[in-house]
Each structure stands twice: as structure tokens, then as C-alpha cells.
Write a new protein. Structure first.
Lengths: 195, 457
């Protein structure tokens, strides 16, 4: 509920998150209000069930993979900082950021990090490469029961053939980036705020 | 000693007696008698105007306080936080492929690794802001209405504002609440008592007329018990006998609001306790449709009883809330098709509450019925507008679902609410898998479709 929104989030925390993610003050308070409204258990963290309660996410074929992206390895709860860190990947890249001196660490919403987010959606076991099996599983999630195993298998084979340059039948992150080098990642993996 | 206390006691008793008498006379004259005759002194509207002025002043003070401390105010936005384009799955994925592809479009491959961008972005968009979950909690206000339950900027209250808030608290809980509870008691007991009396009469015109008057009077007393200030629009479209009245549902108070302006046959499940007593006595005076708990599941039985009722032109119009659950009055959710299948004329009604005076939405997962009613009675007022829309009937070639959606759009448009296709049942239940399967089917068509073209060429 909105009534606890800005009272529980301290100014220092907002500043920290601002530095780390680049969101503005009002965007952070707005998203905090959203975070608390999703947090049905009112314990300051979100579980996987809290995400699954969003109908539009539940009907997304890759809903579970996206939810998984919020939870670090082996954990079941995500706090507000973690929530914002993941959402930051979808912040649009502003023009003035491109011209400034590059900061010490790469911003969360850089082109590379956006591609990394997408890569991790495919990489089920988090071993930094997409095997044929993993690709098949993700494809199966996206198409449901509408395509046969054989057809799907040949699609997966074709994709790996096109992308794999070092012959290990897996797609590494470098190979992934190469395949997608022409795609307008900045626009397609960004969500524009209205305020 | 005794001599000393007696005159004092006497004086106290006399004073108490006088104040009670005055209290009840005022109550009778200003509230109950007008309720019986359906007239109004206009006191409530004056009250409403005064309150609005005070709220505006309070909001300005808070904004000034925040500026002085150089802090940011939490500003609730009733519109969306993110920009969402209404493009379809096909369009978007084609666009993504187009931007990355160096082959020409005719031989576009079936699957691209960049397809996942679409699902990823949609998913994260729905995490940031979705159309459904925000309908099940109270709407956020732009200005403060001196109720702590709706304030997000606590720490910017000045001394003057705090005094005002305490005053408001005193008035609401000390004066308004007892007054309203008394009225509510009077209204409900009169309803039970008088309808039982009328039930003893023979069925006929006299009984119907009396029953109408009694129902209207008691509901009007209840309306004053909530200090509800209602504006009825387009009363020429009021529901007639043999029809079904459908309205959007925000709280149980909707029933009182509609029934104080016209007579309806209610539909519902028989409850135990006080509700059950009220229901049983109401049905003695005029035919309402109450179901036993076991009968509710049987859709055919429900439909049969409803259609029997509407076919009898002497019986009152039925009042139904097709959403099936309480929504927070910013949108209208899916209408259940049952009442649109019977073939009767439908009289749509749109109800819009003004949230500045008190939020009428019943969040049944947070508050039980009693605590909800107490909250209502300790708000400033319930202000709402009711629009009676012209009657609608099912057209040729239209099925019940399409008809229901047509009525829903009309209600949403009139009341200024968002028209959603989502089911209000999502408040409690999980979404059906069929929606996900639709998405998967759409995407599969993109992959397989190109293969068919290839084999053809």
C-alpha cells in the first residue's frame, strides 16, 4: 500500500541506489511503492510467488526465466536493492551518458549488460555458455506444444551452427554478441519512464 | 452528605435527559423525517464544499513544508509510470529481426536469438507496472484529505496542520461515528421490523406499494448513516420491471446507494447471522432471490430462477454485479456472462466514487466486513455519482460474452473508468494457462509459418 512508500526508504538508501543504477529520485520512490505493493508478506523482500501473482507476467512464456533473473544463485528472496539492480538493465541509455567520460565501472544499462541479461535468460545452468540442450529447453518454453521435437531440434541446430565460431557446439557470450551486433539492443531492451 | 449529593445528582440527570432529548429530536427532524419523505435540506452538500476547501489548504501546507525542508514529495501518479506501446507480438519481433538482419526479408530465418528481447522487455514492463494488480488496492490520492490512512508525506505536517488533524479526528470519531452508528441501527432495525410486519399482509397491490415505501425509507436512513452524497444522472433510464440492472462493483455500499433511489430484487447467497436475519425478513415483503450455499454452484438452477423472475412483469428488476468481486473503482473488469444469457433487457448503471472524501473500496483481503463498515462510518463522507444508462438488449448474432463486453464498455465510458478484459477473480486465483498457450501459439506461427512459405517456394 502506498502509505508506507516513502517513509520506510531512507534518503541515504535512495542516494546509493541512484549512484548504482542511475534511476532518478522520483523513479526510485515510484518503484519502491511498486515493490511494497507486490510484497504481500510485508517483510521487505519479494519471493518468486510474489512475482507470479502478476497476471501479465504469468502468461509470458518466459515468465519463470525472467523471474529467475532477479534471484542470485541459490537465493529465494530479493530485497529492494537487488530488485532495482535487475530493473536497471532496462533503463534507456541517455545521450549525455554516451558523451561523458566512461565511469569506472560499466553502468548496468550498457549495451553489453543488456545483452548479458538476455544471454542469461538462455543460459539455464549459469555456466556462461548456451548448450544445445539449454537452447532447446528455452525454445520449448516459447513455443509450447505447437512445434514437434524434430522441427525444434533442427531450429536449434541451425542456430548453433550459425553462431558457433570455435566449434564447441555451445554459444559463448562473445559468440552471442557477435550474432546480435547489428540489432538495436539499446532501443529493444529499454523501458521508457513517463516521468 | 446525602443532602449534598442529591440536588447535584438530580441536576446531572436532568441535564443528561435534556441533552438526549435534544439529540434525538435533532436526529429525527433533520435526518429521519427527510429520509422518510425523500427530501433533503442540503446540509450534506454544504458540508462537502467546506471539506474540499480544507483539503486544498492542507495539501498546500504539506507542499510548502516539503519545499522548506528541501525534500522531494511523494507524488502519486494515477497514470502509468512507464510507456507501453500497444504493438503486437508479430510486429515487434519482425522489427527486432529487421534491425539485426543483413539478409533480405523474404528469406528471413525462422528463429533469431534476438526474439527473446520481446519477451524479456514485456516481462519486465509488467513487473514495473501492470494493469491488474493495482486494481485490487485502494486508489492513491493527489491531495491529502486529513485521514492518516491516505497520507504518504507524514513528516511534513506543520503545527497548524496537526491541530487540524486532531480536530478532524475528534469530529469524526466523537461526533460523526456515534451519530452514524445510531442511524445505522435505526435503519436496519426498522427494515427488519417493518418488512416482517408487511409480510403478514395479503399479496396484492397494497402490499407492493407499502413494501416499496418501507424499503426506500430504510435505505435512505442507511444512506444518511454513511453520510453518502449521491448525484443521480439520467433518471429517465431507471430500470423497469422485468429487466436486469447491472452495475460495476466497488463495495457492498453499492447496494444501498442504488436501492435508495429505486426498488430492486436482490440476488445473493443466504448468510447466517445478522445478514441472514435481514435477508429473511426482506423476502417476506417482496420477492428477492436468495440462494442456499449449495445451490450457488448450480449454474442452470441460478439461470432458471433468474429467468423465471424476469418473465413475471409484476416483479421488480433484478440487481446484479457481474464482476463478481469488489474492484477499486478505477476500472471495470470482466463481466460474467451468466446474467447476459437470460434474454432480458439489461439496464446498465455506472457508479463512480469520489475518493477525496473517503475511499469506498472494500479490500476484503485486508478488512473484514465490520471493520470496513467502521472505516466507512469514520470517513468524512461517501460522495459518488450514479449514471443510469439507456437499456440494452442482445443483438442478432451476438453471443452472451460479446453482449457482456458491450455493456461493460458502455459503463466504463460513462463512469470514466478503464475498460479491462481481465477477470476480477484474479484477485484471488491464478490466471488460466490458456492465455500463456495463446502467446505460445502466436509465436510458433512466426517460426513455423516461414517454413511453410519456404516449402511452397
Amino acid at each position: 500500500m502506498g502509505s508506507r512508500a516513502s517513509t520506510l526508504l531512507r534518503e541515504e538508501e535512495i542516494e546509493e541506489i541512484k549512484k548504482e543504477t542511475g534511476f532518478s529520485h522520483s523513479q526510485i520512490t515510484r518503484l519502491y511503492s511498486r515493490f511494497t505493493s507486490l510484497d504481500k508478506g510485508e517483510n521487505g523482500t519479494l519471493s518468486r510467488e510474489d512475482f507470479q501473482r502478476i497476471p501479465e507476467l504469468a502468461i509470458n512464456p518466459l515468465g519463470d526465466r525472467i523471474i529467475n533473473a532477479f534471484f542470485p544463485e541459490g537465493e529465494d528472496q530479493v530485497n529492494f536493492k537487488g530488485f532495482m539492480r535487475t530493473l536497471a538493465h532496462f533503463r534507456p541509455i541517455e545521450d549525455n551518458e554516451k558523451n561523458k567520460n566512461p565511469p569506472a565501472t560499466e553502468p548496468l544499462n550498457s549495451r553489453t549488460n543488456k545483452l548479458l541479461f538476455a544471454f542469461r535468460l538462455y543460459d539455464l545452468d549459469r555456466d556462461d555458455k548456451i548448450s544445445r540442450d539449454e537452447l532447446l529447453q528455452v525454445l520449448r518454453m516459447m513455443v509450447g506444444v505447437n512445434i514437434s521435437d524434430d522441427q525444434l531440434g533442427s531450429i536449434a541446430d541451425r542456430t548453433i551452427q550459425e553462431a558457433d565460431t570455435n566449434g564447441d557446439t555451445c554459444i559463448s557470450f562473445q559468440e552471442f554478441m557477435k550474432v546480435l551486433e547489428k540489432v538495436d539492443v539499446e532501443q529493444k531492451m529499454s523501458i521508457r519512464f513517463l516521468h | 452528605m446525602e443532602l449534598f449529593f442529591n440536588p447535584f445528582d438530580n441536576l446531572l440527570c436532568i441535564l443528561l435527559g435534556i441533552s438526549f432529548t435534544v439529540w434525538f429530536t435533532l436526529l429525527l427532524v433533520f435526518i429521519i423525517v427527510p429520509a422518510i419523505f425523500g427530501v433533503s435540506f442540503g446540509i450534506r452538500r454544504l458540508y462537502m464544499k467546506t471539506l474540499l476547501k480544507i483539503f486544498e489548504w492542507a495539501t498546500l501546507r504539506i507542499e510548502r513544508g516539503a519545499k522548506e525542508k528541501n525534500h522531494h514529495l511523494y507524488k502519486p501518479y494515477s497514470n502509468a509510470i512507464i510507456a507501453r506501446e500497444p504493438t503486437s507480438l508479430e510486429e515487434e519481433i519482425k522489427e527486432i529481426r529487421r534491425s539485426g538482419s543483413n539478409k533480405d526479408l523474404d528469406s528471413a530465418s525462422e528463429f533469431e536469438m534476438s526474439d527473446i528481447f520481446y519477451f524479456a522487455r514485456r516481462g519486465v514492463e509488467s513487473i514495473m507496472d501492470d494493469e491488474v494488480t493495482k486494481r485490487f488496492s485502494a486508489e492513491e490520492l493527489e491531495s491529502w484529505n486529513l485521514l492518516t490512512r491516505s497520507n504518504n508525506n507524514f513528516h511534513y505536517i506543520s503545527l497548524r496542520l496537526t491541530v487540524l488533524w486532531w480536530l478532524g479526528l475528534l469530529i469524526r470519531y466523537g461526533i460523526l461515528l456515534p451519530l452514524r452508528v445510531t442511524l445505522a441501527f435505526t435503519g436496519v432495525s426498522l427494515l427488519v421490523f417493518l418488512t416482517s410486519l408487511i409480510g403478514l399482509l395479503q399479496n396484492g397491490r397494497m402490499k407492493n406499494v407499502l413494501s416499496e415505501k418501507v424499503h426506500l425509507m430504510c435505505y435512505r436512513i442507511c444512506v444518511r448513516a454513511l453520510t453518502a452524497i449521491i448525484t443521480y444522472h439520467d433518471s429517465e433510464n431507471k430500470p423497469k420491471n422485468g429487466g436486469i440492472c447491472v452495475a460495476n462493483h466497488t463495495s457492498p455500499i453499492d447496494v444501498i446507494i442504488l436501492a435508495s433511489d429505486g426498488c430492486y430484487a436482490m440476488v445473493g447467497q443466504i448468510h447466517g447471522g445478522l445478514m441472514g436475519v435481514i435477508q429473511r425478513s426482506m423476502v417476506k415483503a417482496c420477492p428477492h432471490i436468495w440462494f442456499e450455499r449449495s445451490e450457488v454452484k448450480d449454474r442452470h438452477l441460478v439461470a432458471k430462477r433468474l429467468s423465471n423472475h424476469v418473465q413475471d412483469k409484476s416483479k421488480l428488476p433484478i440487481l446484479i454485479f457481474p464482476e463478481g468481486t469488489c474492484i477499486n473503482n478505477t476500472s471495470v473488469m470482466m463481466f460474467k456472462k451468466g446474467s447476459f444469457d437470460i434474454g432480458a433487457t439489461v439496464y446498465p448503471v455506472a457508479i463512480k466514487y469520489d475518493p477525496r472524501f473517503g475511499d469506498a473500496f472494500w479490500n476484503s483481503s485486508k478488512f473484514g466486513m465490520v471493520s470496513y463498515l467502521l472505516r466507512m462510518m469514520s470517513s468524512w463522507a461517501i460522495v459518488c455519482s450514479v449514471w443510469y444508462l439507456p437499456p440494452m438488449s442482445r443483438e442478432e448474432g451476438e453471443d452472451a460474452v460479446q453482449f457482456a463486453n458491450r455493456v461493460k464498455s458502455a459503463i466504463a465510458r460513462k463512469g470514466g473508468l478503464v475498460d479491462l478484459l481481465w477477470d476480477g477473480g484474479l484477485k484471488r486465483d491464478k490466471v488460466k494457462d490458456t492465455f500463456k498457450e495463446e502467446q505460445q501459439k502466436l509465436y510458433s506461427k512466426m517460426l513455423v509459418g516461414t517454413q511453410e512459405d519456404r516449402s511452397r517456394s
